[in-house]
Design a protein around this ligand. Structure first.
Ligand code: HCA
Ligand code: CU
Length: 380
């Protein structure tokens, strides 16, 4: 699963999120932030979508970022002609190949699709621009049709073929099987794109890599059509566990939180409480048993080191399920040294109150202070 590349689509798929509206300045700010983070590619909305989309695409191409700039178009010569004029490094071409899309969307058959694909690919290549060919709704497409068109476009020299789970129906095992099969058919790179309707977008991306995929599409916070796609942060969480050295060496992980805050505020959403890495409780440990072990060795209950992302862990001690080691650590922070027996007695008092009502940090601290005053200093 090493050596994967990220195609960051916040400025394409992400623009399809219900709340998204990015003006030119915001797009540039997001593109620069993604570039600093170290994503390999930044994918932009089709220049054929609107006049401003085209102008913004050109503006971002002129920034001279390290990341390669892609735009995303329908498999159509009209779109291809506009795309090659924008200054992009690559073009991602997509066309629906499932019966749903062939019948209810564009109404074309496989022969037409194949012929148009060849024409568009050759045209884009003739401008020395990278080209990827992808089938929309790959998992509900006919396998023979799929493999045959991928094999055709591979032979005429695309840089990548793409598999897209447009409706979020695929399971990790289905992904593994399809990518594995495709790996045996084409020699070019394989990009994958997973929607998250059934909660498999990260797992599917991981399985795709295990099966030989090379590129993963992401967006910040996973924003996209409906409930979105593989989130950048969630993919980082998955991949740092799989190959820490590669991920740490390549991406500026400590910038993740800022990028998420930037995009969250641009599209007017909050960071979900249970978000990977950056959710408010992602590194909060609460039970007495967990807290004790975390204080001894964080790896006992943490698969990711928060420091790798510039985050910090937190021991939640204001509850009835806390333990005396957590209270001891809090007391030491407050400069209230006691014996272990005293910490235990103090903890018992805290639990008594916490059994009656929810308690907060102030409640806990007051009990520690009062206990320390009477039992340790012998005052009152
Ligand atoms: C869509 C298109 C797409 C394209 C993915 C790709 C999808 O909005 O329907 O180019 O690989 O999910 O199929 O985002
Ligand atoms: Cu999509």
């Amino acid at each position: 699963v090493s050596n994967f590349k990220i195609i960051e689509s916040t400025l394409r798929e992400g623009e399809q999120f219900a709340n998204a509206f990015f003006d030119t300045a915001k797009k540039i700010e997001i593109a620069k932030a993604l570039d600093e983070f170290g994503v390999d590619y930044i994918e932009l909305t089709s220049p054929a979508a609107s006049e401003q989309s085209r102008a913004d695409c050109e503006a971002i191409c002129k920034l001279g970022l390290k990341a390669k700039i892609l735009t995303h178009i329908r498999c159509h010569m009209d779109d291809a002609r506009i795309a090659v004029q924008t200054g992009v490094d690559g073009v991602d071409v997509v066309i629906g190949t499932s019966s749903y899309l062939m019948e209810h969307s564009h109404g074309k058959d496989m022969t037409y699709i194949t012929n148009t694909a060849i024409e568009v690919i050759n045209y884009v290549k003739s401008h020395n621009i990278e080209i990827r060919f992808s089938s929309e709704d790959s998992f509900r497409s006919n396998l023979v049709d799929l493999l045959s068109i991928y094999s055709t476009v591979d032979k005429i020299g695309v840089n990548r073929v793409g598999i897209a789970d447009t409706v979020g129906c695929a399971s990790p095992r289905q992904v593994y099987d399809l990518v594995r099969t495709l790996r045996g058919v084409v020699s070019c790179d394989i990009e994958t794109h997973f929607h998250n309707d059934t909660g498999c977008a990260i797992a599917n991306a991981y399985c795709a890599l295990e099966a030989g995929a090379t590129h993963i599409d992401t967006s910040v916070l996973g924003i996209g059509e409906r409930n979105g796609i593989t989130p950048l942060g969630g993919l980082m969480a998955r991949m740092i566990v799989a190959d820490r050295e590669y991920v740490m060496g390549k991406y500026k992980l400590e910038k993740l939180k800022d990028i998420e805050d930037l995009v969250a505020s641009a599209v007017e959403v909050n960071i979900p409480f249970n978000n990977y890495i950056t959710g408010f409780c992602a590194f909060t440990h609460k039970s007495g048993i967990h807290s004790k072990a975390i204080l001894n060795n964080p790896s006992t209950y943490e698969i990711i080191n928060p420091a790798d992302f510039g985050m910090t862990r937190y021991i939640h001690f204001a509850s009835r399920i806390t333990g005396w080691n957590a209270i001891k650590s809090r007391a030491i922070q407050l400069d209230m040294d006691m014996t272990d027996e005293q910490y235990k007695a103090c903890t018992a008092k805290i639990k008594q109150l916490a059994d009656i009502r929810p308690i907060n940090i102030d409640d806990t601290d007051s009990i520690i202070r009062a206990f320390h005053r009477s039992r340790v200093l012998g005052k009152d």
